[in-house]
Design a binder for this molecule. Structure first.
Ligand code: FES
Ligand SMILES: [Fe+2]
Length: 446
């Protein structure tokens, strides 16, 4: 029933103040299959940041939905992206996460590709007695339909029918600038990355990445530790924020076109941020307004599966759907290129304290995602009601805060941080339904 009528997946009646999501959206394997086709293969997906591939021959591997992707920098310095799938029998070609390679050689039968995706060797071609129908030159890696960067963040699309990346990102670019312009030489991933899986649907992370409401309950043990640290106990090097103070502050959110959202909170203990010692340099380079906003707490969701967070640490996260009830999370701690040693170690202590898989947040979050998945997979009531906080204070268009930073969101909210609105959930779910409906109707989404 839901399959024919995606409208039933969302009970979205803005005039009546109702927004609810059907729990099968999180648990139905058929819906999961359709998401691959109608969302992941039809829109822009985060791939990497350009500074991960500074030199000719550098590469990274990643995923668009279930498709393995290879991103390379070729000898001319150009970025390329392909399905990381061998044209012989479909093996993954490049198995490493990242590296530098003159050739990408398939481990199965040894076909080799250069960083422009060109096939340069069909092993023992001449001895192979191929029929004239086999043209080796027709077996280059399959390029992605679209590849573009915004401020050093690289996105790709398997569909040629996406809007230009600038237009797709739209007004949320302001928040991406705040992430990517913190360092005078740009930003980089701190070497290494964390990856882990949780046994729940990918949209649990889509929902939770901007969820402030759960902090006091899910992460109560972290709040306890912070309190004890305040008395001088334990690991002081992390210089974590006092969350009690943060809850007393002001915050808000914006929703944007194409399913993106951002939340923010006023700077609380800005001197605890690793860029604080460099803030005068930052101000000179990007202006006082942007520098001040770099000290605000900010999280974004770029639909469908990319997030930035600058709260207890600065990071990027991507959550990859493996199946309806399994998701892989990949997390990168982000830092200015050439950052001073002291600031870098401070940043790492903050990152590992809360967001690292062994930190205070991740195990707690994964546990509640799995609890939600277990609950939603059972039977009983149909609709989940966790989308209603803040509805009564939501403004259409730009509020004062949006105007002060020169952006034009679809909706804005401002209020006490503890109000922790849930209305920013609405854009990704509405975009999800829009794309699914377009797919089922046999139409392109854009
Ligand atoms: S599958 Fe790659 S060379 Fe055979
Ligand atoms: Fe959390």
């Amino acid at each position: 029933m839901l399959m024919e009528n995606m409208g039933l997946c969302l009970d979205d009646r803005p005039d009546e103040g109702v927004f609810r999501v059907h729990r099968r959206v999180f648990t139905d394997p058929e819906i999961f299959e359709l998401e691959q086709k109608y969302i992941f293969e039809r829109t822009w997906i985060f791939l990497t940041i350009e500074s991960q591939l500074p030199n000719p021959g550098d590469f990274i591997t990643t995923w668009i939905g279930r498709t393995p992707i290879l991103v390379t920098r070729d000898a001319k310095g150009k970025l390329n992206a392909f399905s990381n799938v061998c044209r012989h029998k479909g093996s993954v070609v490049q198995r490493a996460d990242k590296g530098n390679a003159k050739y990408h050689v398939c481990n199965y039968h040894g076909w080799a590709y250069d960083p422009t995706g060109k096939i340069v060797d069909v092993k023992e071609h001449k001895a192979g007695q191929y029929s004239p129908a086999f043209d080796a030159a027709e077996h280059n890696l399959e390029p992605l339909a679209k590849l573009e960067s915004y401020n050093g963040i690289v996105f790709g699309s398997m569909s040629p029918n996406v809007p230009p990346l600038d237009e797709y990102l739209g007004e949320i670019r302001f928040f991406l600038d705040l992430v990517m312009e913190q360092g005078p030489k740009g930003m980089e991933f701190v070497p290494g990355r964390a990856a882990y899986t949780f046994q729940a649907n990918w949209k649990m992370q889509m929902d939770n990445g901007l969820d402030s409401y759960h902090l006091g309950s899910t992460h109560a043990s972290f709040a306890d530790v912070i309190q004890r640290r305040r008395k001088g106990e334990g690991h002081q090097e992390a210089r974590q924020y006092d969350w009690t103070e943060r809850f007393r502050g002001t915050g808000g959110s914006f929703s944007f076109k194409h399913g993106h959202s951002a939340i923010w909170s006023r700077p609380n203990e800005p001197f605890k941020r690793p860029i604080f010692p460099s803030i005068e340099e930052v101000k000179k380079r990007v202006g006082t307004l942007k520098a001040d906003w770099m000290l605000h707490g900010r999280n974004t969701i770029i639909f469908p599966n990319f997030q930035t967070a600058d709260s207890t640490a600065l990071l990027m996260r991507q959550f990859r759907p493996l199946s309806v009830n399994q998701t892989e999370m990949r997390v990168w701690c982000l830092a200015p290129i050439g950052e001073a040693r002291e600031q870098r170690s401070w940043r790492l202590r903050q990152f590992e304290d809360f967001f690292n898989p062994s930190g205070f947040a991740t195990p707690d979050d994964s546990a509640v995602y799995e609890d939600c998945h277990t609950g939603a997979a059972g039977s009983g009531f149909d609709y989940l009601d966790g989308y209603g906080r803040g509805m009564m204070v939501q403004e259409k268009g730009a509020n004062d805060v949006a105007q002060s930073i020169g952006i034009n969101p679809v909706t804005s909210i401002q209020g006490p941080f503890e109000q922790s609105s849930e209305t920013w959930h609405h854009p990704p779910h509405r975009e999800w339904r829009r794309m699914m409906e377009a797919g089922l109707a046999g139409k392109e989404p854009y």
